[in-house]
Design a protein around this ligand. Structure first.
Ligand SMILES: Cc1cc2nc3c(=O)[nH]c(=O)nc-3n(C[C@H](O)[C@H](O)[C@H](O)COP(=O)(O)O)c2cc1C
Length: 372
């Protein structure tokens, strides 16, 4: 039974890191154990995206991380109802829209799969048993009883919020820290109290820092040490970076996705719900453009995600970026193709330089303002 209080659990993790850096969990193969362990070994907190993994695979991946590093790491899950709501009319419409794309890629016609997603209850039981140092969640909020179980297993609990109300819901459930995910963020929006929260990282992280009694981790658009310094200046406890890690050799995404990231510019990303039925940010491509007029009518997550599974897998196999979900955040043009250890060391150096530029010597920017 853990004797730690809420804020102590997160500060104990933070104190064990060499820099206040969380590598974002990124479902869909982006965060294999090699990446997670490399980040934790380098002094950040690596995060395994467990959402799309079966309980057996979760167990194997956690064992692989533990075999590579004794350092703390996180496991992340999507909180989903055990039986998703299925709107049959929306499913029929989605299948009609997907059919010509299946033909174009040489696939059989799209079909309803035997199941829509992994079973959250089984995944949760597995995480509880594996007791990673940090368990983080998105797309929903746990019950206080579930948070209590994780605390008894000595897990630090982090919940994702895209609005103040969601942050408050996580505090009420007993979370040790809240990840404030701004609209700049790559991948899926973590919101669960309405889908229209679109606050930027600066505004959201600062609001949550001011209003919540727990530490806040800033996420969305942070790509380098200067960005980290900005978030820390808001009094965020740490920064969660996703897109910044996508071009690392340890990251498991397809080469065609990495190549698209390398040539992306500041206007390359858009929000879409056409791939998964949930708003997510990625590089705009033909699929997004084609589906934009009908995306409001498509089924919600996880149904649409399952319906596009075969298409996305085949497009990835063919290296056809027109139909791949190329998740990326607004900061994509600032990305670097560095091995994890080098990237984390660079982030640490940049963070120190940015800190000195703000506060250092008589020449620091902050000092100049103060002496005016
Ligand atoms: C490819 C990709 C997959 C993601 N998958 C997850 C996930 O499984 N769970 C989660 O909580 N967040 C996920 N996110 C969101 C990240 O946790 C984080 O909020 C985001 O990457 C931060 O913004 P940035 O990409 O601009 O750094 C994903 C992001 C990306 C880019």
């Amino acid at each position: 039974m853990s004797s730690c209080t809420h804020s102590n659990r997160w500060s104990r993790i933070l104190d064990s890191l060499r820099l206040p850096l969380v590598q974002a969990p990124m479902a869909g193969g982006a965060t294999p154990p090699a990446l997670v362990a490399a980040v934790s070994e380098a002094g950040g907190l690596g995060s395994l995206a467990g959402a799309l993994l079966s309980p057996d695979r979760l167990e194997a991946d956690v064992a692989a991380i533990r075999s590579r590093t004794p350092a703390p790491f996180a496991v992340n899950l999507f909180i989903l109802p055990s039986v998703p709501e299925v709107d049959n009319q929306a499913v029929e419409a989605a299948l009609r829209h997907l059919a010509p794309l299946h033909v174009a890629l040489g696939l059989p016609p799209p079909a309803v799969p035997s199941r829509w997603c992994e079973d959250f209850a089984a995944q949760f039981e597995t995480v509880l048993r594996l007791a990673p140092p940090v368990a983080s969640f998105t797309f929903g909020v746990l019950t206080p009883a579930q948070v209590h179980l994780l605390h008894e297993a000595d897990c630090c609990v982090v919940g994702t919020a895209t609005s103040l109300e969601e942050g408050e819901a996580w505090v009420a459930a007993g979370a040790d820290a809240v990840c404030a995910q701004g609209v700049e963020a790559g991948g899926h929006r973590g919101g669960f109290l309405g889908e229209d929260a679109n606050l930027g990282t600066l505004a959201l992280a600062r609001l949550l820092v001011q209003r919540l009694p727990v530490p806040v981790i800033a996420a969305g658009g942070i790509m380098d040490g200067a960005g980290m310094a900005a978030a820390l200046a808001l009094n965020a406890s740490a920064c969660q970076l996703g897109t910044a890690f996508l071009r690392c050799p340890e990251c498991g995404i397809a080469p065609a996705w990495k190549a698209a990231l390398a040539t992306a510019d500041a206007s390359s990303t858009r929000l879409t719900r056409a791939f998964s039925g949930r708003w997510a940010r990625g590089l705009k491509n033909d699929y997004m453009r084609r589906m934009a007029p009908v995306q409001a009518d498509l089924p919600a997550y996880p149904v649409m995600n399952a319906l596009t599974g075969a298409l996305r897998a085949e497009a990835t196999r063919q290296g056809n970026t027109a139909c791949m979900s190329l998740w990326a955040g607004q900061g994509v043009a600032l990305g670097r193709a560095l091995p994890v250890a080098e990237l984390v060391a660079t982030l640490a150096e940049e963070l120190a330089t940015a800190g000195q530029a703000l506060a250092g010597g008589g020449k620091g920017r902050l000092n100049r303002v103060l002496s005016d």
